[in-house]
Design a binder for this molecule. Sequence first.
Ligand code: PRP
Ligand code: URA
Length: 206
Amino acid sequence: MVYILDHPLITHKLTHIRRKGTNTRNFRTALNEIAGLMAYEITRDLPMRETIVETPMTETSTLELSAEVVLVPILRAGLGMVDGILGLIPDARVGHIGIARNEGTLKPEPYYEKLPERFHDAFVMVLDPMLATGGSASAAITAIREQGARHIRLVCIVGAPEGVERIEKEHPDVNIYLAALDSGLNHNGYIVPGLGDAGDRLFGTK
Ligand code: PRP
Ligand code: URA
């Protein structure tokens, strides 16, 4: 399933990062803010358990989160979504997967992997601002699955129909969350209208 989280606050901030004149500092801030707002929606169905607390007035039964949350940003651009989500879920553990898309073949080339131990039952959010051909996200999900994770959600900011189709085909049980579904890819495999190269805009490398 693909969910488009087009809350006005998310869409407003997305407009800001699409604008080519937005500088690195403002791009970084808004990207984290969008990720936090999206996480608020995506975690709506997280399991809860009962707990007893002593308030200043009395003892009462209430609820707390029972699932562990693990964030897995796809390097580099996924890093730009981590702090925004950790602001809401500070106990989340963070794994990293490095994948560079080969600009000639558009194939994913994995170069780094460090995932948390014992995360079979965790609620895993794979983070990457861009879902273009879907090759990078699909390779990341496969790697995470191989380490035993079972509850995986893919969180991207902008997606192309090609990428959505690929994830739905290769990982039919993984829900996809986007701030926007764009028209498609250009001849270089970039999302149109998109926001350009997310990693370069986030880190100011071009
Ligand atoms: C970008 C983006 C995704 C990937 C999307 O990363 O952040 O990971 O491309 O393309 P795909 O869906 O066709 O695989 P890139 O490889 O440019 O690396 P970077 O984050 O280091 O800039
Ligand atoms: N990677 C990006 O950073 N942007 C795109 O539009 C496609 C892939």
